[in-house]
Design a protein around this ligand. Structure first.
Ligand code: KG4
Ligand code: ZN
Length: 344
């Protein structure tokens, strides 16, 4: 089966064409147009601007890659939520129109489920049940995936997401948005032990995270060392210490959940999953406790439509009663998890 996927939840317009046979998926096309440069002028993503830019971008992308009659496309998957309402709506309306015109099923997909299904876009695919560390710009969660489409949230951030912690602290030291890759770049030459930033909730039961204390601590450290703000070594040490504090907290809770729930595999999902240090630490932790770690390709960790096609493919395999194209609506607060049955 061949799926066209559309993703427009935030500041990336993306389409993908994916073909699937059994559990084997092939990404035929994956196009991403980032609006980051446009939003950088405003200091953050402006939803109405994002929506207008998605509309401008999406038709030329489709025109370049898909036949006007939709030949060879068996279904359309689209991000229904979560995300920015006006941005989501553009992708959903385009997908509805095409599904109706081409008379193909329309598969609504959760953006977060999409991030998780990025791990199915490679030859070594996860064995279930899997424990997933979901780390994006808006979400930080530990999710137990028992089967396809069967997700239970074990823990989540009580305040900022890990990506947000990277972005906000990067801004404090004058780095551009998105800050995660910038911090990672500086951290390579820094001393990871230079500053002891907080790793919150480590001694508390449960699997929740908190990153707001880190932000405050970085702010005070910068204020106390004003004379060193232009010293490249100081900034590298700050970046390395921030990255280490965030990753330490993520790894500690993931390890605890892995030991408590004994999953077959450990997965990583979301934009922060592009972080090399986090990837290495997760693999090392998996080896230590004897659980296989399956990492998504880095190009599929940040927002893309191939992951939406992947999630849509498995959703369709499970139940083909796809949405009536005329009734699908974007849901900015869409949640893909069942309510937790137990919380330690
Ligand atoms: O999943 P994503 O592309 O968008 C959302 O759904 O939020 O995640 C974006 C987040 C941003 O906060 C960005 O700073 C972070 O992922 N990110 C990274 C890296 N690459 C992207 N964080 C740390 N290290 C990276 N290499
Ligand atoms: Zn995302």
């Amino acid at each position: 089966m061949r799926i066209l996927a559309i993703e427009s939840s935030c500041d990336e317009t993306a389409i993908a064409i994916l073909s699937g046979v059994g559990d084997v998926l092939t990404v035929e096309k994956s196009l991403i147009l980032s609006q980051i440069a446009i939003h950088a002028e405003f200091g953050g993503v402006v939803p109405e601007v994002a929506a207008r830019k998605h509309l401008e971008a999406i038709m030329p992308m489709l025109k370049a890659e898909v036949s006007p009659a939709g030949e060879g496309i068996d279904a359309i998957a689209v991000t229904k939520g979560p995300g920015l309402a006006p941005a989501l709506r553009t992708g959903v309306e385009v997908a509805k129109t095409l599904a109706w015109l081409w008379r193909v099923p329309l598969i609504p997909v959760s953006h977060m489920e999409g991030h998780i299904y990025a791990s199915w876009l490679q030859s070594e695919i996860p064995i279930l049940p899997a424990l997933v560390l979901v780390v994006s710009g808006g979400h930080t969660e530990l999710v137990l995936m028992k089967g396809h489409g069967d997700f239970e949230r074990l823990g989540e951030t009580l305040d900022d997401a890990a990506g947000e912690a990277f972005d906000k602290t990067a801004k404090m030291i004058g780095l551009p948005y998105p800050g995660g890759p910038e911090i990672a770049r500086l951290a390579v030459n820094g001393n990871r032990q230079a500053f002891d930033f907080p790793r919150a909730l480590l001694t508390k039961p449960g699997y929740d995270f908190s990153f707001s204390g880190l932000k405050t601590s970085v702010l005070y450290t910068l204020r106390n060392h004003e004379e060193r703000l232009t010293d490249p070594q100081f900034l590298a040490d700050i970046a390395a210490s921030i990255e280490t504090a965030i990753v330490d907290a993520l790894i500690a809770k993931t390890k605890k959940a892995a030991m408590d729930y004994a999953p077959k595999t450990l997965l990583l999902a979301g934009g922060v999953g592009a972080n090399q240090y986090l990837r290495e630490r997760l693999v090392a932790m998996g080896q230590e406790i004897g659980v296989a770690v399956i990492l998504p390709e880095r190009r599929f960790t940040t927002d893309n439509a191939a992951m939406i096609a992947s999630a849509g493919y498995f959703r369709f395999q499970q139940s083909s009663n796809a949405e009536n194209p005329l009734f699908l609506e974007a849901d900015p607060n869409l949640d893909f998890c069942k309510k937790a049955e137990h919380k330690n």
